[in-house]
Design a protein around this ligand. Structure first.
Ligand SMILES: Cc1cc2nc3c(=O)[nH]c(=O)nc-3n(C[C@H](O)[C@H](O)[C@H](O)COP(=O)(O)OP(=O)(O)OC[C@H]3O[C@@H](n4cnc5c(N)ncnc54)[C@H](O)[C@@H]3O)c2cc1C
Ligand SMILES: Cc1cc2nc3c(=O)[nH]c(=O)nc-3n(C[C@H](O)[C@H](O)[C@H](O)COP(=O)(O)O)c2cc1C
Length: 770
């Protein structure tokens, strides 16, 4: 086969050498526009896993690379006059030049033709090639020639960065955060050979503009960075090796993914590899790893299908399918890490104490969890747990132990929760005339005995026509209040849990069948008239609601007040106002469902006006010493709908009105929504609102292990975690999770103690048998 790699970066060189090694009969050329020793950039980092794969595929180059590697374990963070260090993070760094030179020599030794100083204009210049590898980097000319085929999806990120070097050697991957008059700057620093360290400086577009960095030449920028980071540089100078770049050399990162990775140009098969196909932000340093992994997988597919040119289409198809999954995974983690650095100034640096700032930084990709950190550096994590517990007012036990973050207490107004887990409100569609009866007593009571610190009943409707279904709970008469009181008394008498009531009105999503008879489907018989912000039906076949007039607003407000007054008589501890999921108050907040032209529609202030009226009215009658949280849909997941930025504006308004917490849910506002699900998928909304608006939050959504909850609470991404579906599967979810992470000094209901011991012993035995 005749193979031409256009571009001699890590992708092109490594693929060329692997293929030549597999089959020396292949005729392979790598064509590179630069000279052998010219390259932009300093060092790159690898993980141990990539090295292992390289060792398996080509031990010769792997051995040379390993010889040249600088290995380090520690991460050090300089922040607000503190220097914090943790260990066990295992990175290896190598100079980019060094890496390329090793790969170039290895290519030559195996008989790959290396052509330098040749700027390739087109893949058609190599019409004799069976396979053309477009390994020509992010600005790939080859990819750009076939835009319609490759469908590149490019997003330019807002931060600016400059890639510099220094001769000062650092013995840890070092991050330094510095505040200026115009915002924060951060340096990402790591040593990659025995003379040099990479020094990347990053900041927001705003700070970049206000400091005039766009108008400075490279030396001006270097002087600026040298001055700003003088403490960590300790007299060393910063250097550039990108003098060839015009202007200031501050770049924006571009996130790239392609719809298709290969194309037949009439002569040759052309396939994208490395940065030409995808990019991953330097915040998790995986660009070179992805390039190397691409090269390995393409070679692997030739080994599977056979090294004949007839196999190329099948090889390329499988290569793309496999690599696409891995790239998506890495890009996902890189996105979280990148976004952390984009908002770090206003969201974390200005608000979090140094200890929590460090924890938040270490877990920024959401791939490293609390228990991962324990494996990496137990002593550091235990120190952090002690710090966190002390903030929550917990003294260490005689042997110095403290509970992990999820099991620390939390106080809001006069209510103290024994841990950070909330059983999230969940409609059960099992009430008759809105009355909380035996089913609810057993269902909710079991969850209170099962360890949740705050147990919410389902959305409890403020009037008969406020119900979602005929089976929903209500709070508009004495009988319903008595049902609630029986449950509250049971919980208070038999557990340490507190009880929350979520008050709501279904609005345009009302008068529907029970969930198991057809979610959101309108009732065939026995329905009632619906009201909403605007006269828009939820489904095509849903009833068209009436757009509320002032008389409707006054009536519904009175219903909320009556429900709150009844809630007071139940002795419940906590109230939540349901302003999410497309129900009545949510329908005012979202521009998708609120098309009003009066003072209740249009601006944020207008859309929030009625929900705030309700909030103020219930706050006035709910006891001072008891909290009220507000549940918001923080993302409508649909073009033209609310985004987390809008949610933060509403959160601020509720905060100003005296709300204690925002319960950060999302969606269910617009039927055609396109949510992106995944582990902790709504936690970023809670993180944003808690740390930008400065109001405590509840995170909810796909939090299904103690490790998730610990990571979220410890990082300050939320104050409480609400857990819904896992509580349906396991009423004692909290107690079981405690046992799974080895926390045994936690109270079980006294009646269940012998079960506790057996459960813990069985878990310990199962772990020992592994
Ligand atoms: C600030 C920064 C820090 C980074 N840090 C890391 C890190 O720590 N770890 C990590 O793994 N990755 C890092 N990366 C990413 C990494 O540099 C790339 O992901 C990696 O080099 C991709 O390899 P590649 O072979 O696909 O592309 P490249 O390395 O870009 O190679 C493409 C090659 O093609 C050549 N070329 C382009 N067009 C033509 C043409 N028309 N004709 C001939 N030759 C051409 C170029 O000269 C170049 O040599 C970083 C990137 C940046 C910007
Ligand atoms: C059966 C069921 C009923 C629900 N009912 C309500 C409700 O009444 N009020 C509410 O705000 N959310 C309701 N939700 C949403 C949950 O409170 C929670 O936000 C969601 O399930 C995500 O959490 P999870 O991933 O832990 O399940 C319900 C969810 C389920 C599964």
């Amino acid at each position: 086969m005749r193979i031409v790699c256009i571009g001699g970066g890590p992708a092109g060189l490594y693929f060329a050498l692997l293929m030549k090694k597999q089959n020396p009969a292949h005729e392979i050329s790598v064509v590179e526009r630069n000279r052998p020793y010219d390259t932009f950039g300093w060092g790159v980092v690898f993980s141990d896993a990539t090295m292992e794969a390289m060792r398996a595929w080509d031990p010769d180059s792997a051995a040379e690379i390993e010889d040249a590697f600088n290995h380090w374990d520690d991460i050090e963070v300089w922040f607000k006059g503190t220097r914090q260090r943790t260990s066990g993070h295992g990175f290896v760094g190598i100079g980019r030049k060094k890496l390329l030179n090793i790969l170039q020599r290895r290519c030559e030794a195996l008989g790959v033709e290396l052509v330098f100083e040749t700027d390739v204009a087109s893949d058609l210049d190599y019409a004799d090639a069976d396979l053309v590898i477009a390994s020509d980097g992010f600005n790939s000319k080859i990819r750009n020639r076939y835009q319609e085929v490759f469908e590149p999806d490019l997003v330019t990120r807002p931060n600016r960065y400059i890639w510099l070097g220094t001769n000062k050697l650092y013995d840890a991957f070092t991050f330094d955060f510095r505040k200026t008059d115009h915002g924060w700057f951060q340096a990402h620093i790591y040593k990659f050979d025995d003379k040099t360290s990479t020094f990347i400086v990053e900041t927001t577009e705003d700070a970049y503009e206000k400091h005039g960095l766009g108008q400075m030449d490279q030396q001006g920028s270097i002087d600026f960075c040298q001055d700003l980071f003088s403490e960590v540089l300790d007299g060393a100078e910063l250097m550039t090796n990108a003098r060839h770049l015009r202007g200031s050399a501050w770049l924006n990162f571009n996130r790239l993914i392609c719809g298709k990775w290969s194309h037949f140009n009439g002569h040759s098969h052309v396939v994208l590899m490395g940065d030409a196909a995808h990019t991953a932000h330097f915040a998790i340093g995986s660009g070179t790893k992805l390039a190397i992994d691409d090269a390995i997988e393409l070679t692997n597919q030739f080994n599977r299908h056979g090294h004949a040119k007839e196999q190329i289409p099948a090889v390329l198809e499988d290569y793309e399918e496999i690599r696409r999954v891995d790239v998506a995974r890495i890009q996902n983690a890189a996105r979280n890490a990148m976004e952390w650095f984009e908002v770090v100034g206003r969201r974390y640096a200005d608000t979090l104490p140094p200890e929590q700032f460090m924890y938040s930084m270490l877990t920024r990709s959401q791939r490293i969890s609390h228990e991962n950190l324990r494996l990496r550096d137990k002593a550091w994590l235990e120190g952090y747990e002690r710090w966190f517990a002390s903030q929550a007012g917990v003294e260490p036990s005689a042997d110095g132990r403290v509970p992990p973050p999820m099991f620390t207490p939390y106080t809001m107004r006069g209510v103290t929760l024994t841990n950070r887990i909330v059983m999230s409100p969940m409609a059960m569609y099992s009430a008759k005339d809105g009355v909380l009866d035996d089913f609810h007593l057993v269902h909710l009571g079991a969850r209170a005995l099962g360890g949740a610190a705050l147990v919410f009943g389902e959305m409890t409707c403020v009037s008969p026509d406020a119900r979602i279904t005929p089976g929903c709970l209500g709070l508009w008469n004495e009988k319903q209040a008595e049902g609630w009181k029986r449950f509250v008394d049971f919980v208070h008498g038999n557990s340490t849990a507190k009880v929350g009531i979520q008050l709501g009105h279904a609005g345009r999503k009302g008068a529907t069948k029970l969930a198991w008879e057809g979610i959101d489907q309108p009732l065939q018989t026995g329905d009632w008239p619906l009201i909403s912000a605007s006269a828009l039906p939820y489904l095509k076949n849903s009833q068209v609601p009436k757009a509320m007039d002032r008389a409707d607003m006054d009536r519904v407000k009175a219903d909320f007040v009556r429900a709150t007054e009844l809630a007071v008589t139940t002795g419940a501890d906590w109230l939540e106002l349901h302003c999410a999921h497309g129900y009545l108050l949510s329908s005012f907040l979202s521009p998708l469902t609120n098309r009003r032209t009066d003072e209740y529609g249009g601006s944020h202030e207008n859309r929030a006006r009625y929900p705030l009226e309700i909030f103020n009215a219930i706050r006035a009658v709910w006891p001072e010493d008891k909290p009220i949280s507000v549940r918001l849909s923080c993302h409508d997941w649909f073009e033209g709908g609310n985004t987390p930025d809008d949610a933060a504006i509403f959160a601020q308004m509720f905060k100003d009105a005296g709300a204690d917490m925002i319960d950060c849910s999302s969606g269910q506002v617009w039927k055609e929504e396109k949510p992106v699900y995944g582990r902790l998928f709504q936690t970023p909304f809670s993180d944003k609102i808690r740390n930008e608006v400065g109001i405590p939050t509840i995170a909810v959504g796909a939090i299904s292990e103690a490790d998730h909850a610990n990571s979220v609470i410890a990082a300050g991404r939320a104050d409480l975690c609400a857990v819904a579906r896992p509580h349906l599967a396991d009423p004692a979810w909290v107690l079981h999770e405690a046992a799974r992470i080895g926390l045994t000094d936690i109270a079980w209901p006294k009646q269940y103690y012998s079960g506790k011991q057996q459960y813990e012993t069985n878990l310990a035995r199962a772990a020992a048998a592994k």
